[in-house]
Design a protein around this ligand. Structure first.
Ligand code: FES
Length: 158
């Protein structure tokens, strides 16, 4: 882990002014910000660990807990809610066997709910690995999960 962090920091010439992009790269590498990686960043950049945690907890995009390889965010804003988001949420939670806000034990999927993504006309919106999917139905959500390698029971597909 130390070497990977050193490599990332090297790309930014050990400039502590690049702390945010450095943390973004660390998160890209490990899918989250492991404690040891943050300690390594602090030591190598000579920045107090408290400052690093300040930054890591300020930005919502950073995660201090392990995240899945695939990230699913379902909009549960008002427009998406009335168009069936709760049913889709139930379905995804059932297939992944986790609740919103959690990551599967095999670290394959993280599922979360978010508020209005500003694309209400296309709701319900499900963001899969950064890609917006509009007018999502339960069946479409299951097909997307299947495409990502998740086994979906046949009776869950319709
Ligand atoms: S409420 Fe879902 S995109 Fe606006």
């Amino acid at each position: 882990m130390q070497e990977k962090v050193a490599h990332i920091i090297g790309k930014y010439h050990s400039d502590k002014g690049f702390l945010v992009p450095i943390l973004q790269d660390v998160q890209k590498e490990f899918n989250y910000l492991p404690k040891e990686a943050l300690t390594a960043v602090g030591t190598q950049l000579q920045v107090p660990l408290s400052r690093i945690y300040e930054v890591a907890t300020f930005y919502r995009a950073f995660s201090l807990t392990p995240r899945g390889k695939h990230q699913l965010s379902l909009c549960v804003g008002t427009a998406c809610h009335v168009r069936g988001a709760p049913m889709i949420q139930d379905g995804i939670e059932r297939v992944l066997d986790i609740r919103a806000g959690q990551t599967t034990a095999d670290l394959e999927f993280t599922f979360e709910t978010v508020n209005c993504l500003g694309a209400c006309a296309l709701g319900p919106i499900l963001v899969v690995d950064g890609e917006y999917q509009g007018q999502v139905t339960l069946s479409k959500a299951n097909k997307l999960l299947k495409k990502l390698g998740k086994k979906v029971a046949t009776d869950e597909e319709d």
